[in-house]
Design a protein around this ligand. Structure first.
Ligand code: A3P
Length: 328
């Protein structure tokens, strides 16, 4: 995907998609540069769609329900976001702040937030580098729209399926069979509950929500893609877990399933520091919490009647004929 990068204030535009500035633009220009492995699993989603929750359950299904292993390492470190990249200088500045905050514990209350970002986490915000550091099987995160998704993850699989010589497949790391899971979100507001880009162009940093979701939906029938919806996870997490384990071809006992369900409840996740990429900036305000409320269709409570009507109309228009439906 060749593209011209247009720098906008705080954002970068590529092929009509507006991304956050802290992104690896090399991937946008050449998605094939991402080194994928045969057994990688990608959790792909639009931001704020329950990605963190999905990564926790997928990684637990993959590690046999070892919740202690998950708790011991920050999610950002063990499941890096492929496209994330912050400049070295910025990383060092964050680290200096961490040290400063340790020296002056009451320094503008910074310690509480910044200490939640140890060096390993800061360093991990360079997705392609961090990917190399972690052992297989990797569970990786991405918010990339499908057209920017690492092509190795899709193309190498095709080579695999056309090639019946198994030994050849196994001897080459990049003959990949990749699995992408996309979550379909309806968490449509920003952190502060506002819609800075307007409802017509729901843009939360990775392009328009409809474009993003429908871009992935177009590939829903590929055998290495499983769609799951946040709404279904809320309704019956156990059956979603079963679907995912079947898809990933991992055997999971009822006991392990129960452990994963218990570990990943909203309340447990809310109190689990290892899953918070952005620390909570306040004790009380729900709007600034990373794991905030965890309910379906909450935007209705933030919209005025007119906004709800407008949203319903836009939604009906954009979703018409796609076959994609949500229950809320
Ligand atoms: P709300 O802001 O609506 O509460 P992401 O991880 O993609 O940023 O998604 C964050 C959303 O997932 C938040 O939604 C958060 O509450 C919700 N979430 C995270 N863990 C959850 C869990 N265990 N159960 C239900 N919702 C969860």
């Amino acid at each position: 995907a060749q593209c011209e990068l247009h720098s906008l204030p705080g954002n970068i535009e590529c092929q009509g998609v507006v991304f956050p500035k802290l992104i690896n633009t090399d991937i946008l220009k050449s998605p094939e540069i991402v080194d994928c492995r045969k057994d990688d699993v990608f959790v792909a989603s639009y931001p704020k769609s329950g990605t963190t929750w999905a990564i926790e359950i997928v990684s637990l299904l993959m590690n046999g329900g070892d919740v202690d292993a998950n708790r011991a390492v920050a999610q950002a470190v063990r499941n890096p976001a492929v496209e994330a990249r912050i400049p070295r200088l910025f990383q060092l500045m964050m680290y200096m702040f961490t040290i400063l905050a340790m020296l002056i514990p009451r320094c503008f209350h910074l310690h509480k937030y910044i200490l939640a970002l140890p060096w390993a986490t800061i360093r991990a915000i360079n997705g392609t580098k961090q990917m190399e550091r972690i052992p297989s099987p990797r569970v990786l995160k991405t918010h990339l729209p499908f057209k920017f998704f690492p092509t190795q993850a899709m193309e190498k699989r095709n080579k695999c399926s056309q090639d019946s010589d198994d030994s050849h497949i196994h001897s080459t790391m990049l003959q990949n069979v990749q699995i992408a899971i996309i979550l379909l979100p309806l968490s449509l507001r920003n952190h502060d509950g506002k819609y800075p880009h307007g409802i017509m162009t729901l843009n939360f940093g990775f392009g328009d929500w409809f474009d993003h979701v429908l871009g992935w939906w177009a590939h829903k029938d590929e055998d290495n893609i499983l769609f799951i919806k946040y709404e279904d996870m809320k309704k019956d997490i156990r059956s979603v877990l079963r679907d995912i384990s079947k898809f990933l071809e991992v055997d999971v006992s009822e006991e392990v399933l129960s452990r994963i369900v218990e570990y990943s409840t909203f309340e447990k996740m809310r109190d689990n520091q290892s899953v918070k990429i952005i620390p909570d900036f306040t004790e009380n305000s729900q709007t600034l919490k990373f794991i905030r409320k965890g309910v379906v269709g909450d935007w209705k409570n933030h919209f005025t009647v007119a906004q709800n009507e407008h949203f319903d109309a836009v939604y009906a228009h954009r979703m018409k004929g796609t076959g994609l439906e949500f229950e809320w």
